[in-house]
Design a protein around this ligand. Structure first.
Ligand SMILES: [Zn+2]
Length: 115
């Protein structure tokens, strides 16, 4: 016994239009470009719209020992070592960072010494 099934399937050659996600990404980039670092001060936390997650946040502000801090420590070690620790306690000798508390995006960074 032979079963002959002649299935005449019509060719469904319909092409669905593919939506491109690149448009959305381009919009995000333009928002980041619009963000100006002049909004930032380095005295403490700042309230702004995070360019990373586009939420209104108060930045997480932190000071850290930067290149200038350690350069001053080394200079003081050579010149007058009992005071070598002083730059580590002076905020104006340190680098400052603004971080978004929600998405951890580094919104602004002030480096006193940059290579
Ligand atoms: Zn964010």
């Amino acid at each position: 016994m032979t079963n002959e099934n002649d299935a005449d399937a019509p060719d469904a050659g319909e092409e669905k239009p593919v939506l491109e996600d690149t448009i959305v990404e381009e919009q995000k980039e333009s928002i980041i470009q619009q963000f100006s670092s002049s909004q930032l001060t380095y005295d403490g936390p700042v309230q702004l719209i995070c360019p990373g997650c586009h939420t209104f946040v108060e930045t997480q502000f932190s000071l850290k020992n930067g290149l200038l801090t350690w350069a001053l420590v080394i200079v003081l070690l050579i010149c007058f070592f009992p005071l070598a620790w002083v730059p580590l306690c002076i905020n104006s000798c340190k680098d400052a960072v603004h971080i978004c508390p929600k998405c951890r995006y580094v919104i602004g960074e002030k480096k006193l010494l940059n290579f």
